[in-house]
Unconditional design. Structure first.
Ligand SMILES: Nc1ncnc2c1ncn2[C@@H]1O[C@H](COP(=O)(O)OP(=O)(O)OP(=O)(O)O)[C@@H](O)[C@H]1O
Length: 253
């Protein structure tokens, strides 16, 4: 069963089209990475799935509902880790408050044991009373992941989960996502560097305004597709386990 569906979807901010004719279906339990250059439309694609934007053409469906028109029917079943949330850095909120906020806003209570469980999943036991703004970037990212996980969502959407995150924290995040995926949750992660996730994902979607290619990393990362997406070639390395890694930046080793 497809839990996220794009049918001929285009989207424009004002008059400039940033996504054109997307057709894509993501199945229950799939772990998908969305990759592409700056400005490719990756965050916009996540916002369309969340029903925060209305397609200028076509339809996005989530769990069988029209994402924009029926957002309230599925939003509680979707966890979201946004790319930036400056507002949280300005307000003197504790980690517990940051995690509880979206559920409280929907009129749901959050028990202390649920909160402790979510913090423990991301390796932040005992962090509940600390001020969010005083945590490191990587710790903040893990708090936002705990927040996305606390409602036990069926679909998890992540926008740049590794932003400002060191390698051990990156590994912790990958471990949590892989565990979610093994439990049958659908995970869609927008990333610039796919290498930390490459061994765990089922499919990669290479995006630059259009879907350039979607499939297994070894099929998608051809010289031709990479040039179409990035406008330049990127070295490719095949690791000992046979995975094709684009070498932009780092490599898992
Ligand atoms: N609110 C907005 N109003 C107008 N244009 C926008 C808005 N948000 C994004 N854009 C434009 O839409 C295009 C796609 O942006 P988007 O943030 O979806 O790309 P992205 O692939 O996530 O980029 P990045 O990798 O840099 O985060 C960009 O050209 C951006 O300038």
């Amino acid at each position: 069963m497809k839990v996220i569906e794009f049918y001929d979807v285009s989207f424009s901010y004002n008059s400039s089209e940033v996504l054109s004719d997307l057709n894509l279906g993501i199945g229950r339990g799939e772990f998908v990475a969305v990759l592409g250059p700056n400005g490719a439309g990756k965050s916009t694609m996540l916002r369309l799935i969340l029903g925060l934007l209305k397609p200028t053409k076509g339809t996005v469906k989530v769990l069988g509902y029209n994402a924009f028109d029926e957002r309230d029917k599925f939003v509680g079943r979707v966890g979201y880790l946004p790319q930036r949330e400056e507002i949280l850095l300005e307000a003197p909120l504790t980690v517990s408050q940051v995690i509880k906020l979206p559920l409280l806003a929907r009129g749901k209570k959050v028990g202390d044991s649920k909160l402790r469980e979510a913090l423990s999943m991301v390796g932040l036991d005992g962090f509940g009373d600390k001020l969010f703004s005083e945590l490191s970037g990587g710790q903040q990212q893990k708090v936002l992941l705990a927040r996305a996980l606390i409602s036990d969502p069926e679909i998890l959407l992540l926008d740049e989960p590794f932003n400002g995150v060191d390698v051990p924290s990156q590994e912790k995040i990958v471990e949590v996502l892989a565990e979610m995926s093994s439990k049958g949750k659908t995970v869609v992660a927008v990333v610039h560097n796919i290498n930390p996730l490459l061994h765990n994902i089922d499919r990669v979607v290479l995006l630059n305004r259009r879907i350039i290619a979607a499939g297994k990393p070894n099929e998608v990362f051809s010289e031709e597709n990479i040039i179409k997406a990035y406008g330049t070639s990127i070295p490719i390395v095949i690791c000992e386990e046979g995975f094709t890694h684009p070498l932009y930046g780092d490599y898992h080793g």
